[in-house]
Design a protein around this ligand. Structure first.
Ligand code: SIN
Length: 330
């Protein structure tokens, strides 16, 4: 018996073929090297999406600012020229001041505390803090705690006096160095190595994985293991693009993001420690470990930033973040 093909069936079949013929393309752009927590996360996302949604979704990953860099990636997301980014939390300042809570120095004792905050209600709410500007937060990805690097040893806060530091575009970070009598220059990540090498700035702050993968240690003879702040990411998409993805596919993508997030966040601390070790073995930089008293002096010196930014970040958010530390302080 010949199969009966109805008009509706034909239309559905053609629609399904059209979906298969034209997979959804997600361009994922980022500014770091592939062998870093974010770089590996982007590649794992691509791998799982293409395994589980073959022909339906493809992911193109552009590392090392090869497609868009710090200066234009969020603008490109707004224009849907790129569909996924994971900027460091410091880079959202022009969209929301609330995320600046993550830049406050000495707010989180360690990455485990940061993790707890991100998983609690306030942290989850912040993922939606840029919806009105068309940016949907999908997850937090860890990199790690920041270390101070410089052309001279930084043991006490006064050692930073008079130096110029490269910073990300964040008022909190600008103020953090101002408390030390240091000046700052906002420089894109892709240009940071050159700025350090040519002496445009004498110092910087980054987690071990960013320092190592961009060879910053080769031009920074001293790295103070300060763990004074966190550098984490928000995985974001263009809100209109994201919610136009058919529900069934979007749900699968959300499941994959959850798996990748678990993996990135599980592995980030170990990756940073491995890069710390590589820097130590390279022998180009002295790694300065602070005594408890020295660390307390840095904490005290940077602490006025909290009061300065409380009105814009929100006292409730800062308070919620403080409760995640195991050691409670005032
Ligand atoms: C990044 O990890 O995405 C870059 C951080 C920076 O600009 O220092």
């Amino acid at each position: 018996m010949k199969p009966i093909i109805t008009l509706a069936g034909l239309v559905l079949a053609m629609a399904a073929t059209a979906v298969q013929a034209e997979p959804i393309v997600i361009k994922f752009s980022h500014v770091v090297a592939e062998d870093t927590p974010k770089g590996k996360g982007a590649l794992l996302f691509k791998q799982l999406v293409e395994q589980r949604l073959p022909g339906q979704v493809t992911v193109e990953v552009y590392p090392n600012s090869t497609l868009f860099g710090d200066a234009n990636e969020l603008e490109a997301l707004a224009k849907n020229e790129v569909q996924m980014l994971a900027p460091s939390l410091a880079k959202f300042e022009q969209y929301t001041k609330q995320l600046q809570v993550f830049d406050l120095p000495f707010l989180f004792d360690d990455l485990a505390s940061v993790d707890r905050f991100q998983k609690r209600a306030k942290g989850r709410q912040l993922l939606l803090s840029m919806e009105k500007q068309g940016i949907t937060g999908l997850a937090y990805w860890h990199n790690g705690m920041k270390q101070l690097s410089a052309t001279k040893p930084l043991r006490m806060p006064s050692d930073a006096n008079g130096l110029s530091f490269r910073i990300q575009p964040s008022g909190v970070l600008e103020s953090q160095f101002a408390q030390l009598g240091a000046s700052t220059k906002k420089i894109a990540f892709a240009e940071t190595f050159d700025a350090l090498q040519t002496g445009t700035v004498q110092g910087a702050e980054n987690p071990w994985s960013n320092i190592y993968s961009k060879k910053m240690h080769s031009v920074q003879p001293y790295i103070t293991e300060s763990n004074h702040g966190v550098l984490d990411y928000m995985l974001v998409s263009n809100t209109t693009f994201w919610f136009a993805i058919p529900h069934q596919i979007r749900t699968q993508l959300e499941g994959i993001i959850e798996e990748v997030t678990y993996e990135v966040n599980r592995a980030a601390e170990a990756a940073n420690q491995a890069d710390r070790d590589r820097i130590r073995k390279a022998g180009t930089s002295e790694i300065i470990e602070l005594t408890a008293e020295q660390r307390e002096a840095w904490r005290e010196a940077m602490r006025p930033v909290w009061q300065e930014f409380e009105p814009v970040i929100g006292a409730d958010i800062i308070k919620a973040a403080q409760t995640v530390n195991r050691k409670q302080r005032q």
